[in-house]
Design a protein around this ligand. Structure first.
Ligand SMILES: [Fe+2]
Ligand SMILES: [Fe+2]
Length: 338
């Protein structure tokens, strides 16, 4: 999974601002909080924290969790059509990992006092956002490889710094998530390497998938720094360690040599090494398309949400059965104790 920097507001929320403290006690707590952040310490669930910090984290971690479970859908579509038993086993493992990431992250968000029901309800009613990258279709098998290489690759760039996030439960969840994301990226790249050694048709399929996904992956890092009102606060609070543009640049610099090894062209005529900056320059991103998709008008927004809601509804009997079992166990324990 997956981010679009997690700085995109849900619904009509205004950017978070620090709230003024109201009492001497609050002032002391805020000073202790600030000192912990300045010292690169970790804030834990039971610690006092400013309201805006809590709200920012709930929004970011829940958007992240939603992205993980919606992210299962585009690739899940290919499990039944994988070209070999080996590829099918790898893809099942990857999609299952993403479900696990969603679970760790919902659990981390719950430590901040929000409930899973509330978060899922926000997702299913369209109030909460998830990464827009999953609102595009996976047209061929090459898309599965490209998603691993580029989408999971962009996710890793975004998520490795989150292992040092100031909120302890989130930071700890990210350590395992990042290890699994690294496997996701490698399996994608390896499957593309194999396709590139195949037929002309397979090579064309890989190039076509790269052409369709490249710009969307650059947009995954979120709006440019100048247009990211929540970013500065996230950086001050130690939630974000690098800005959207810094992470995007790191991604471009890492991917260009990988594309050369693979033998594909990245679809950007402005992409070139800038010796003065020591980085690759790249062309302009179409932010109108990004915002249209974030706001619900991408090619698959409705389909993804409908699939997710149906999966949740189809799973109602499992939740009911688990609750009935728990009630039975509790009654039995009570009887035994009596
Ligand atoms: Fe993930
Ligand atoms: Fe992943």
């Amino acid at each position: 999974m997956y981010t679009q920097s997690f700085t995109v507001g849900d619904g009509n929320q205004a950017p978070q601002k620090p709230i003024p403290f109201t009492s001497q006690q609050d002032a002391e707590r805020l000073a202790a909080f600030d000192a912990c952040i300045a010292d690169d310490g970790r804030i834990e669930a039971q610690d006092w924290m400013p309201d805006a910090y809590r709200k920012t984290l709930v929004r970011q971690i829940s958007q992240h969790a939603h992205s993980e479970i919606v992210g299962m859908l585009p690739e899940g579509n290919w499990i039944s059509r994988a070209p070999s038993l080996k590829r099918k086993a790898i893809l099942i493992a990857k999609v299952q990992d993403e479900g696990g990431h969603g679970l760790y992250l919902y659990a981390a968000a719950e430590t901040l006092g929000t409930s899973r029901d509330q978060m899922l309800n926000d997702l299913h009613t369209g109030r909460a956002k998830y990464s827009s990258i999953f609102n595009y279709p996976t047209l061929t098998w090459a898309d599965v490889g490209v998603i691993g290489w580029l989408v999971d690759g962009a996710a890793i760039m975004n998520q490795i710094p989150l292992c040092r996030c100031s909120y302890g439960p989130y930071a700890r969840a990210m350590v395992r998530v990042c290890k699994e994301e690294s496997f996701h990226q490698r399996q994608g790249y390896e499957s593309l390497l194999v396709m590139m050694q195949g037929t002309d048709g397979q090579r064309a399929m890989v190039q076509d998938a790269v052409n369709r996904w490249w710009w969307k992956c650059l947009a995954m890092f979120g709006p440019p720094d100048a247009d990211s009102p929540n970013s500065a606060l996230g950086m001050r609070w130690g939630i974000k360690r690098f800005s959207n543009d810094e992470l995007r640049q790191k991604f471009v610099d890492a991917i260009v040599p990988q594309a050369k090894v693979l033998g594909v062209t990245l679809p950007d005529p402005d992409l070139k090494w800038n010796a003065e900056r020591g980085h690759y320059d790249y062309g302009a991103i179409d932010w109108d398309e990004f915002w249209a998709t974030v706001n619900g008008n991408g090619p698959c927004n409705r389909e993804r949400l409908a699939t997710r809601v149906k999966a949740h509804e189809d799973g109602q009997w499992v939740r009911d059965a688990a609750l009935a079992h728990a009630r039975k166990q509790a009654a039995r324990r009570q009887q035994e104790a009596a």
